[in-house]
Design a binder for this molecule. Structure first.
Ligand code: ADP
Ligand code: MG
Length: 292
């Protein structure tokens, strides 16, 4: 493309709230074959709700929720907010936390009312040597419903299975349909478990899923999607999306995302509307088309 056509293209994009931070991105984006999107906060609202809580044996539902929610007041994870909100809705009195520990991508632990509380994904329980196999059936059902199962342990005893659900954005399905109309393949990258990820992907018509990605693992996921020399555009919003935004052939940050994601991106969707991804690609194609 000529410098003039790039200027025209970036100008048209700016009018639609799409900021091309590098002229190169306008040229690369036209040849994208795969658009990969982060799940939480990009395809979904990033505001999960607690939907299920099943306690084991003699454990009391409200007491388990109270202890777990107390612990989660120390976490900044959106899942923690969902659990605390549920306890507040039920007017449970939360307690102080001692010795809080967060293990990113796994879960959290600490002492509440003299009891050791652990909450997290199945891999967090596996790490702690807590067997969750009796919940395999429930976890599978929750996953198939697009919910994320979590486990809670009290003093080393499995106490409950909890589920949170993060609704998809109204614009996600339309965006994916439009990307398909442009002949692109659509992939999703998530830290969520495989079953939940597949259910959400099925609902949205997503072609490829990379799930159970640890916070530092998104770059590896992009490399995986690039196999066979495919050109990959990645769309993300979070702190842990920044390295993947830099690694992808074109990184697109949702403008409502974190500063570090925006700084690492080649393209910024200022309005935060996911449909900007489609517009950015369409403009890229049109710009190159004009100078042929
Ligand atoms: P995601 O953005 O997909 O949730 P993360 O890497 O942040 O990915 O977390 C991966 C998983 O670790 C979560 O899905 C959850 O199961 C568990 N986890 C992380 N933080 C917490 C927390 N504060 N409370 C409970 N579980 C957590
Ligand atoms: Mg995110």
């Amino acid at each position: 493309a000529t410098p003039t056509s790039i200027m025209v293209g970036t100008g048209r994009a700016a009018e639609l709230g799409i900021l091309f931070r590098k002229g190169e991105a306008l040229q690369t984006l036209r040849s994208a074959q795969v658009v990969a999107l982060d799940k939480t906060g990009t395809l979904t609202k990033g505001k999960p709700e607690l939907t299920d809580l099943t306690v084991r044996g003699d454990f009391d539902r409200n007491e388990v929720l109270r202890l777990v929610a107390s612990l989660e007041t120390k976490s900044e994870h959106p899942i923690a907010e969902a659990i605390v909100a549920a306890a507040q809705r039920d007017k449970l009195a939360l307690s102080e936390v001692a010795g809080f520990e967060a293990d990113p991508g796994f879960g959290v632990a600490g002492t509440v009312a003299g009891r050791r509380i652990q909450v997290g994904a199945d891999r967090a329980m596996a790490k702690a040597g807590i067997d969750v196999s009796e919940y395999f059936g429930i976890a599978a059902t929750l996953g198939d419903e697009g919910k994320s199962p979590l486990y809670a342990a009290i003093d080393g005893q499995l106490a409950a299975i909890i589920a949170v659900s993060d609704p998809v954005k109204e614009t996600s399905a339309d965006t994916i349909r439009a990307l398909h109309d442009l002949g692109l393949r659509v992939a999703m990258i998530t830290g969520d478990n495989a079953r939940t990820a597949q259910a959400v992907a099925r609902r949205l018509g997503i072609d490829e899923v990379v799930s159970e990605v640890l916070p530092g693992g998104k770059v590896e996921a992009i490399k995986q999607l690039r196999a066979g020399n495919r050109t990959v555009a990645f769309v993300g919003d979070g702190i842990n999306d920044a390295p993947a935004l830099a690694e992808a052939d074109v990184g697109l940050a949702v403008g409502t995302g974190t500063d570090i994601a925006i700084e690492s991106a080649d393209v910024v969707l200022m309005s935060g509307d996911l449909r900007g991804v489609v517009n950015a690609i369409a403009i890229s194609k049109a710009t190159i088309g004009n100078i042929k």
